[in-house]
Design a protein around this ligand. Structure first.
Ligand SMILES: C[S@@+](CC[C@H](N)C(=O)[O-])C[C@H]1O[C@@H](n2cnc3c(N)ncnc32)[C@H](O)[C@@H]1O
Length: 245
């Protein structure tokens, strides 16, 4: 259901390779957003080199034989003073061909704030990826899993789209408390154990949330939730006709 869709990951730091490996080439448009990208000397991006100016970044997937870089584009000032919080965004966009499938995969790294990027660039979303964030130093303090923001994300999510999260910064209450409920759980033996114990739920607008997978640990297990929209009463889904020859 996420074929040809977009993935958005705010406050992504250097956690880019797991989402790409998990969802490419089904997802063909990746957005990684962090205020610390391309800000020379920024304490949050310096340890892994994404503080260097956008025009000095090595191709993200260089060395991966499954991908061939075919285009690079930069929009915005290539570097930014880390002490200046009124950030002018910069987007470094790399286009690759995923050789086994021949799919074109576009990867954006954007210097800037998460909410503004989400509102400006995302129209339709296949995967919302969010983990490893906190209220502490270096964390965003943005409540992406608070009900208002989950609703904002869900409005752009396609039917059958995914929310992938470790429950970062979520408050364990409200109609979406299940996102954070498992944060403290340790499922060391068997990821299947997680899938069995996580309960599906429905929100006030009738969307159903079902845990369909596990993507490793961060501040807790990263769970993959699939969101199905309610079908309108009285309508039936159009089932495509199969013609046999
Ligand atoms: C604790 S790190 C987590 C990085 C990544 N999610 C991970 O799990 O490794 C939080 C990141 O959020 C970034 N950040 C903080 N506030 C932000 C904001 N308002 N918008 C975008 N990124 C932000 C920081 O620069 C930092 O890289």
């Amino acid at each position: 259901m996420i074929q040809g869709s977009t993935l958005f990951y705010p406050c992504s730091g250097n956690d880019l390779f797991v989402p790409i490996r998990l969802f490419s080439p089904f997802v063909t448009d990746f957005w990684f957003v962090d205020r610390a990208y391309f800000s020379p000397g920024h304490q949050d991006s310096r340890p892994y080199g994404y503080d260097a100016p956008a025009d000095k970044q090595a191709p993200l997937l260089q060395g991966d034989n499954d991908y061939q870089l075919i285009d690079t584009r930069i929009d915005g000032p290539v570097s930014w003073n880390p002490n200046c919080y009124d950030i002018s965004p910069c987007i470094l966009t790399e286009t690759y061909v995923h050789i086994p499938s021949k799919e074109k995969v576009i990867i954006h790294r954007r210097r800037g704030y998460g909410f503004s990027a989400f509102r400006k660039h995302i129209r339709s979303l296949g995967v919302f990826f969010y983990r490893g964030d906190s209220q502490g130093e270096g964390g965003s303090g943005n409540w992406w899993l608070a009900p208002d923001h989950v609703r904002e994300v869900c409005k752009k999510l396609i039917d059958g789209g995914l929310i992938v999260t470790d429950g970062s910064q979520g408050k364990s209450r409200g109609e979406y408390h299940q996102f954070t409920k498992y944060r403290k759980e340790k499922f060391q033996n068997d990821p299947g154990e997680i899938l069995q114990s996580v309960q599906p739920f429905t929100d006030k607008e009738g969307r159903t949330f079902t845990c369909v997978g596990y993507a490793g640990d961060r501040y807790g297990p990263t769970l993959i939730w699939q969101i199905k929209k309610p079908t309108r009463k009285g309508t039936t889904k159009n089932v495509p006709k199969v013609t046999r020859r």
